[in-house]
Design a protein around this ligand. Sequence first.
Ligand code: TD3
Ligand code: ZN
Length: 309
Amino acid sequence: MLVTTKEMFEKSMKEGFAIGAFNVNNMEIIQAIVDAAAEAKSPVILQASSSAIKYARINYLMKMIEAATQEYENIPIAIHLDHGPDFETCKMCIDNGFTSVMIDGSKYDFEKNIELTKQVVDYAHSKGVVVEAELGKLAGIEDDVNVSASDAMYTDPNQAEEFVKRTGCDSLAIAIGTSHGAYKFKGEAKLRFDILQEIKQRIPNTPIVLHGASTVIPELVKMCNEYGGNIPGAKGVPDEMLNQASKSGVSKINVDTDLRLAMTAAIRKAFVEDPSVFDPRKYLTPARELIKETVKHKMIDVFGSSNKI
Ligand code: TD3
Ligand code: ZN
């Protein structure tokens, strides 16, 4: 069933678990994620960035997601715009049936971020749609999001309280050391749980969102590399830290890189094991299966969202 994130976030805050938000851009990925959610009996957020919308085309995306929500009537499924760059993109998604949008004003200064976020909140709320905003900057390069490591800035808990009050946003993405992509840490992985704690104290009723939260699952990187890939030095957020975040007030955890790795690893393996293969279903079927298992693992073993529908 198609829902906003309101109820699932309320439940997540009350019961101390997180909901996975998985990036989608084609049919196999959508099916894998909702199949996993159904098997884990987990609420789920399907999210698309503006570049994913350009790639898949919005009508195709919406129709496929509609099919998914009809197939799984008892699974709460939200459809969310990831990193909305401006008001117009948010409006376009709201007008096309998204139940949640993110306006990413983190590239602007505090006042401009508030102004832009407020504009999106006013329109979204008039249509029954919820809004995620971002305060603080993540390091890393992923699609349209490009912030150099030196610009990486942790979220200021003082500002968070004022920001939420003045914008009326429904959830807040924060920067506590994560970053987008497959290369998150040079040495040890480190997240500022102390900042998360402080933010939770200031805005205890606002669901917190963690971007750049892929584990960069070592087995998947290894599998890519074993079957002809070349992804050296990739490193993500360990499962234990994500599990801790899920129990410490993070309500939404974004995952894209791990899905990309799963899909690529499975396809590479299929090609190497049978070089004569040229039926796309022969390599997309194992790809869909590996994405599903990856998503299920996160829901059941890491985020704690299974049996929370
Ligand atoms: O917003 N996203 C998805 C990808 C960003 C732009 O397309 C995330 O926060 C997920 O990050 P990752 O790279 O750790 O999966
Ligand atoms: Zn992100």
